[in-house]
Write a protein that binds this ligand. Sequence first.
Ligand code: NAP
Length: 280
Amino acid sequence: MSTIAIVGLGLIGGSLGLDFTRQGHRVLGISRRLETAEAAIALAAVAQAGTELALVAEADVVFLCTPIDQMVGTARLMRPYLRQGTVVTDVGSVKQIIVEEITALWPDFVGGHPMAGKAEAGLAAAQGNLFRHRPYVITPTAQTQARPLAVLTDLVQQLGAEICQCHPHAHDLAVAWISHLPVMVSSSLIQACQQEPDEAILALAQTLASSGFQDTSRVGGGVPELGTLMARYNRPALLSSLESYQQQLQQLIHLIQAQDWQGLEQYLAAAQLARSAYLP
Ligand code: NAP
């Protein structure tokens, strides 16, 4: 059993704490606010917690679970307290920048990204088994040492997650399509509906909205800070996927303007066929 420090006790950090505590590891928590650290102890997500990064000195493994823009700064601040050989990893939704910068600070680092989430943020949304049967991406590079990779792989297996290994750059390109683009598309769908000029029609649409709208608007109704950070830290890949999406919308407009119903049906049938490859 290991001593695991989790820095950033929110949805992901808290959920990892619950699982690792249940597995019998000694989990230490560090968060920005003392009340969050205390709440994590009360939830039994961590055995001990506080706001001081010095706590990482006791850890065999550190999971950085702060917002993306805090990752590198936090790694830099905690570096003086790390024991030699401590494995450091992160859970950020963007990998290339984080992996490059933290590897330069700490060679026993390997990046990761659990592909599990919720619309809510914060410790109150944390839950056990959040990562079970979900992909967990591990992103080694040519600089990654074998030992941190093996340590992280073992811990991720204990979460019951499905491990997927790829280069950080490949990760960022792939998640632009299936994670970051959907957030932008889904939020723009909600914003498009909001353009209805007749208040009575808008109210009727809101009353009639059912499972289809719930499914398609879910990720667009999530935490704004997370979507903004995805765009800031994965900008070129997200822009390229948005441009491709714009072309698809244009194609749909042309088909419908031309009343090309056969063409539209072919378009929708191709999408229907392709969808299954994205599902578990
Ligand atoms: P979250 O619920 O907002 O949790 C982050 C927590 O970190 C906050 O609650 C905050 O706690 C704490 N924090 C903020 N700045 C800190 C700092 N400088 N030092 C220590 N603690 C700090 O966010 P999350 O959804 O768990 O996301 C965390 C990371 O996981 C992000 O990098 C994100 O990209 C990644 N991720 C998110 C999802 C998702 O769907 N949400 C999925 C996979 C990966 P207090 O201020 O209360 O102390």
